[in-house]
Design a protein around this ligand. Structure first.
Ligand code: COI
Length: 331
């Protein structure tokens, strides 16, 4: 058995090498992402392990299938960038890693909320300028707030545990109700109810056609004045222009974004200077004291990276050997 792994970074390589040695299976690691230019490297392999934020296009998937590869294992959880029609047409079986570390995402989400509530970015900036005054940067306390969780999958539930640890009241909206949370009476009946009750809105939903721009002008208008928004999930969930309007008119007190709707080609790139970042809307957001942007790094912990590599390789091996595996994605 031979596996090719695309887009392997230096921080992933030791985990990949260890797995290959332990399993006695050849794994070819390439640093390039899977695209038109690199798909031919997969010829002669039995399966491919991949992770990237740029799209897995129909033409790349068609080529991969023409080399006889039908086992595709993603190292991440989201599948919104995979061409579902090409997957079905070519008879691929795709796995993802749904739980490499929900806590990694949850911890950054709450960290950023706490930074916003305690105004630490403002104090850092003031102190760098020699200003050690308190006022006017008085803080807010999470323990007195209601947090509205959007989607109660693994990450939403991990975030919920941390919010509860701070003493916050937690409510949630999801079309699927987790039986344990149902018993606790955590669910509200609609997003409108969540908007009306939440002081903090914490997004943990995957991106689908149905929830594109879930947070738009209409949604913001139904929220409490001075709401805090957290998006460590998918950029498409927020209409960025509507968010900018809601920040400008004070409806939104602050926002932490680990994702952004136009992030492909922007995040995980070093442009050398702030001015050189080629996205004016993103820079508009980044310049504000009450906006925190991180470049899709919530997942980026040692625990998560190790699990992403090793779970994806296990999935791919199982797919090649048996045609199926834990974590097969339904398209
Ligand atoms: C995912 O797992 O789908 C993520 O969004 C994290 C990714 C950047 C590795």
């Amino acid at each position: 058995m031979k596996i090719i792994a695309y887009g392997i970074r230096d921080d992933e390589k030791p985990y990949l090498d260890q797995w290959s040695k332990d399993q006695g299976i050849e794994v070819k690691a390439v640093s390039e992402l899977l695209d038109e230019d690199t798909v031919s490297l997969a010829e002669g392999y039995d399966g491919a392990v991949v992770y990237q934020q740029k799209p897995y296009t129909a033409s790349v998937l068609d080529k991969l299938a023409s080399y006889g590869i039908k086992s595709l294992s993603l190292r991440n959880v989201g599948v919104d960038n995979v061409d579902a029609d090409a997957i079905k047409r070519n008879g691929f079986t795709v796995t993802n890693v749904p739980a490499y570390s929900p806590e990694a995402i949850a911890e950054l989400t709450v960290t950023q909320l706490m930074r916003l509530l305690r105004r630490t970015p403002v104090f850092d900036k003031k102190q760098a300028a020699g200003n050690l005054m308190w006022a006017p940067d008085i803080a807010d306390e999470l323990g007195h707030m209601t947090v509205g969780i959007v989607a109660t999958g693994r990450i939403g539930r991990a975030a919920m545990r941390i919010y509860k640890g701070f003493g916050a009241k937690v409510i949630a909206y999801d079309v699927f109700h987790n039986p344990e949370l149902e018993k606790e009476g955590i669910y509200v009946d609609s997003m409108d109810e969540l908007y009306a009750k939440a002081d903090v809105i914490s997004l943990h939903a995957p991106a689908t056609k149905e929830n594109e721009h879930l947070l738009n002008d209409d949604a913001f208008s139904k929220m409490k004045d001075g709401v805090w928004i957290l998006n460590p999930a998918r950029g498409a969930l927020i209409d960025t222009d509507a968010l900018i309007r809601a920040l400008d008119n004070g409806k939104v007190a602050g926002v932490a974004l680990d994702v952004y709707e136009d992030e492909v080609g922007i995040f995980n790139t070093d442009f050398g200077s702030f001015d050189a970042i080629p996205d004016e809307r993103l820079k508009n957001l980044m310049k504000r004291d009450n906006v925190l942007v991180t470049p899709h790094v919530a997942f980026y912990t040692r625990t998560a990276v190790k699990n992403m590599v090793q779970f994806a390789l296990n999935n791919n091996k199982q797919l090649i050997e048996t045609g199926t595996a834990e974590n097969v994605v339904k398209f």
